[in-house]
Design a protein. Structure first.
Ligand SMILES: [Zn+2]
Length: 54
């Protein structure tokens, strides 16, 4: 099965977005971004709910 490109955009008023075919990579990057930029812990479940097809 071919992996489709997925993307996620930070809901906060910042310009952060990640695009990848690797969902795990997206989750890791969003987790790090949320922590660094927003001092926020975000769960994998929440991140998955935010992922959209690119
Ligand atoms: Zn952000």
């Amino acid at each position: 099965m071919a992996e489709a490109m997925k993307k996620i955009e930070c809901p906060s008023p910042c310009n952060f977005s990640v695009k990848s075919h690797d969902e795990k990579e997206i989750i890791e990057m969003v987790k790090q971004h949320a922590k660094k930029s927003h001092n926020m812990e975000i769960s994998e479940k929440e991140i998955k709910a935010m992922i959209k097809p690119a």
